[in-house]
Design a protein around this ligand. Structure first.
Ligand code: CP3
Length: 343
């Protein structure tokens, strides 16, 4: 039996239903908030913020201060792992992340690991953990190996992850070795976050939707299962949320086979279907369309009611199906909280 907790979100992750579901939003710290934009303008860039533990701690707390979400998510990025594995990392304005050298034409054996690059992140965790109120659940996170590998191989984001899929088919042993290295780095990284003070962690597999069923088994389910097993050996009481975005019909297999404690569902999945096909009693997180939040009004109202209704009988954490978009009106976030919490 675990100790009772005032943290509602953590309680749900332990498999208990809360009458009013706890709420947080993926990417809740970010550009839709004027206080974030102000700090970013002052510091000059995203990575400058992420690696400055005072700034990153402040940004992690900004949405909690403004909205009173039930969960705070560490302000960092999934690409700090490739950075710590020895790739250079920067963000091209208006375009997105760049990693060099791209592994499509470079041996990862030649990268010089730089694990000390993660130290400011652990420092951020310690600062946030000591500042949050006892009711707020603190979430750490990492990217899942497949999603991280897609960026490491191509050196940037892409629409269809073709470079990584090509390598996975054409050089499966080499690709498997890369995935194994990411697994080891990720288990260490998430253990470090847990030891520094997060209550639970989320694995983001943003590009899991681009894989065929057999490849999904090999590059999504199997590596996530290894991370879960590694973390459970070291930290058996820390819940793990798995978020295989785009998994669709492969979601129930992911939920059963990876060992995650809770599963995140994106907005393309019908919540009634998810409730029926996901394992009974497993906590589910999701799944409002970020564009319904931008729209507001009746569209927001009905989407929220449908999700609340579908998950009424199981442990549920209210969230978006993917990250909040920069042009989301603040008042719509406030409205969402009222809708979810009116009970
Ligand atoms: O949820 C949170 O608030 C925590 C912080 C967080 C960020 N990135 C901050 C961020 C988390 C959990 C992530 C995850 C992440 N990062 C993913 C997986 C989830 C997803 O969104 O699919 C991926 C694929 C990345 C890689 C990444 N980081 C990209 C492709 C980009 C550029 C696109 C964009 O939105 O600008 C980033 C930058 C990034 N990471 C920003 C933030 C707040 C935007 C920074 C800015 O321009 O100020």
């Amino acid at each position: 039996m675990s100790v009772p907790t005032p943290k509602k979100l953590l309680n749900v992750l332990r498999g208990n239903r809360e009458k009013v579901p706890p709420v947080w939003l993926m990417r809740q710290a970010g550009r839709y908030l004027p206080e974030y934009r102000a700090l970013r303008a002052e510091k000059g860039g995203f990575l400058e913020l992420a690696y400055d533990s005072d700034c990153a701690a402040e940004i992690t707390i900004q949405p909690i201060r403004r909205f009173g979400f039930d969960g705070a998510i560490l302000f960092s990025d999934i690409l700090v792992i490739p950075h710590a594995m020895g790739q250079d990392l920067w963000f091209e304005t208006g375009e997105g992340p760049r990693l060099a050298p791209p592994l499509v034409d470079h041996d990862f054996e030649k990268l010089v690991p730089a694990p000390e690059r993660l130290n400011p992140v652990f420092e951020t965790v310690r600062k946030v953990a000591s500042a949050l109120s006892p009711e707020t659940t603190f979430l750490g996170f990492a990217g899942s190996p497949w999603t991280v590998a897609t960026y490491m191989v191509a050196g940037q984001g892409s629409k269809d992850q073709a470079e990584a899929r090509r390598m996975a088919y054409g050089q499966p042993e080499r690709f498997s070795e890369l995935i194994d290295r990411i697994i080891i780095a990720t288990v260490d990284y998430l253990s470090g976050q847990i030891e520094a003070g997060v209550d639970a962690v989320q694995l983001f597999d943003s590009w899991s939707g681009s894989l065929s069923p057999a490849q999904f088994e090999q590059w999504v389910i199997a590596p996530n299962a290894k991370i879960v097993a590694g973390l459970k050996t070291r930290h058996p009481d820390t819940p793990i949320i798995g978020f295989p975005k785009g998994a669709g019909g492969k979601l129930p297999a992911y939920a059963r086979e990876t060992g995650v404690d809770a599963v995140g569902v994106d907005e393309t999945v019908d919540p009634v279907w998810a409730n029926e096909y996901l394992p009974a009693g497993m906590p589910v997180q999701g799944n409002l369309d970020p564009l319904a939040l931008i729209a507001g009004g009746a569209a927001l109202d009905s989407a929220v009611q449908r999700i609340l209704g579908a998950f009424a009988d199981r442990p549920h954490i209210f969230n978006l199906g993917h990250g909040i978009l920069p042009d989301t009106p603040i008042e719509h976030v406030e409205k969402l909280l009222t809708l979810v919490r009116k009970g």
